[in-house]
Design a protein around this ligand. Sequence first.
Ligand SMILES: Cc1ncc(COP(=O)(O)O)c(C=O)c1O
Length: 365
Amino acid sequence: MYADMKDKAGPKTAPLADFRSDTVTQPTAGMRAAMAEAAVGDDVYEEDPTVRLLEETLAGLAGKKAALFFPTGTQSNLAALLVHCGRGDEYIAGGDYHVFHDEAGGAAALGGISPFPLATDETGGLTPAQVAAAIKPDDPHCPVSRLLCLENTVSGRVQSLERIDSLAHVARDKGLSVHLDGARVFNAAVALGQPLSRLCAPADSVSICLSKGLGTPVGTVLCGDRDFIRRAMRARKILGGGMRQVGVLAACGLYALERNIARLAEDHARARRLAAGLAAIPGVDVEPAAVETNMVFADPGAGHHGPLQGYLADHGILIGAQVPKIRLVTHMDVDDEAVDMLVGKIQDYFANIARASPAPLSHRS
Ligand SMILES: Cc1ncc(COP(=O)(O)O)c(C=O)c1O
């Protein structure tokens, strides 16, 4: 019965190429074999050797003393906030950072922690002056500013070492801790040609996803000092994230750390190839110079988002639904051919429109 369903659903529904996110990758045969062979134990009893090895490996790469395996980046970020902050405390973050914008207000809903979002600049960064001004004085009217949350990369933009260092310095100076949402920090490390530990050094805690560019189906690792990670273990338990024979998933992470870090440079090169191709299409507004890792943002012009998305879907290509700039993400499951196919189909879409009514596009070329 299941086999029948699988045969029917498989190739007919699978897209030819999916540019919506780097989270859509399929585990490779090698990764599945690593899962099958993984030694496992009960991780709530701290007895899973493969989880232990993954945590030690990633703590070492990040330059931290300890680490903890989580099912998701959202849970890892929330556990970190619950450890850094108590009820009535405040965290400061970019208003478009995932921890504030895309995690369902978890810190406020579950931790009684107030967010203080700041506007980011065009590179996704905050300024030291902004952060300094956001930190509250010791005044009973104010929440206690306890934590600065940074992100790297931010929508594919690399946050420079100098920027992160200076922001962390301002926070530390005022007694705040620093958490880095490093869901894609390996992309930043590869783009900068720096070791991961250098990018993580300014932060007290770092959340690193394995299920984005590194290509695993599941998994995020939170890194920090031993006391922090011990307390994060209790927070993870509160959040329902204590898992049992989860070495089968940690095995994917170890497999990815061995094989999939350096290859992120290929995704970055493909994103540049995509941006260059799109820049040549009249009607598409894209900034190739802003492509620093694996994300391209392209504006097809008012009224074209839905129709373009539909046209591409009809040709087996999936893209995001963001407005005004559609996000296109390169990853392990798209190759040069897929990139060229996407550019070609977007070209066809605009050529068809131009043939039907030449005027509306001419001002955008
Ligand atoms: C920057 C960033 N942080 C955290 C997350 C959360 O990861 P997860 O989807 O595993 O909860 C994401 C997910 O896309 C992300 O982009």
